[in-house]
Design a protein around this ligand. Structure first.
Ligand SMILES: [Zn+2]
Ligand SMILES: [Zn+2]
Ligand SMILES: [Zn+2]
Length: 287
């Protein structure tokens, strides 16, 4: 066990926790929607909020689980059972020391088209949702739905956040994916940022009551749902002119789509900022 310290992307929330040896990548559909990619987290025995309590959002994503996030910047902070018996803190939110992954869970919901998009980069042990629940004595609980694989030859795809407050549609054929390992993306998603891009003319917000934007750098902002914490979009801003200035495109997180999109992985970017928690895949286009 070791004490770790962490913070959200905007710096409002700071915490410390004592970690156990178990750190997992969860590939279930709820985690994919919440952070746009697998949820990397380490089980903790205690968790102390040192600042930012007023910005802590909690979303009950199932009858027995809830997710903590920052309402200002959407940084994924933890998953916990509502009875307080179990809590796992996002690896991306931990500043030091960074724990290493020890296994993958809900692997049956992970991307099944590895030549296009490897969801699991390593050879750590893998459990399906059913195997995980059985192993912790929850044989009577449903392991949840496995999202279908999208037909990417079709132009129309829809998605949204966990609570349904934000919904969107794309109307062009989606091309490829980028995976970003920069510190900001890792904080926000817990693992890494995996997104596809579309032009604004092919992107429609069907519902946006709970959509907020966080200005994460001088020329970019990140869209998220402030009710459930789901990370959804990234777009360039035109400094001084607000986000409707010179934009031509928007990045959409892969996990925000209703179906799994077997898109080709184009490149890993900001790989020099990647975490030691997981090995970077041997991909020809590391930038
Ligand atoms: Zn924050
Ligand atoms: Zn939501
Ligand atoms: Zn990034």
């Amino acid at each position: 066990m070791s004490e770790v310290h962490g913070s959200c992307l905007c710096g409002s929330i700071k915490f410390r926790a004592t970690t156990t040896a178990e750190a997992h990548g969860c590939h279930c559909q709820m985690c994919r929607r919440a952070g746009g990619a697998p949820f990397y987290a380490v089980s903790v025995q205690d968790f102390v909020l040192e600042s930012g309590a007023e910005d802590l959002g909690l979303y009950a994503s199932s009858k027995w689980g809830q997710r903590g996030f920052c309402k200002k910047c959407s940084c994924s902070l933890f998953f916990e059972t509502q009875n307080g018996a179990y809590r796992a803190v996002s690896l991306g939110a931990i500043d030091a020391p960074e724990p290493k992954l020890t296994r993958h869970i809900y692997c049956d919901s992970a991307e099944v088209n590895p030549e296009h998009l490897p969801d699991i980069f390593d050879d750590l042990p893998q459990l399906t949702g059913r195997e995980l629940l059985d192993s912790i004595g929850l044989r009577d609980k449903s392991a949840g739905e496995i999202p279908p694989i999208a037909d990417i030859s079709q132009p129309h795809h829809e998605g949204g956040c966990l609570c349904g407050g934000v919904r969107f549609r794309t109307t062009n054929k989606l091309d490829s994916l980028l995976i970003c390992h920069c510190r900001q993306c890792r904080k926000q998603s817990s693992s890494y940022y995996r997104a596809t891009e579309t032009s604004l003319e092919n992107f429609t917000l069907l519902k946006q009551e709970t959509l907020s934007w966080f200005r994460s750098s001088e020329d970019a902002e990140r869209g998220f749902c402030h009710d459930c914490g789901s990370t959804l979009f990234w777009r360039k801003t035109s400094a001084g002119h607000g986000y409707r200035g010179e934009n031509t495109g928007i990045s959409i997180l892969h996990g925000a789509f209703d179906e799994r999109l077997p898109l080709k992985l184009e490149a890993h970017i900001f790989s020099e900022e990647s975490s030691g928690a997981y090995p970077l895949p041997d991909h020809k286009d590391k930038i």
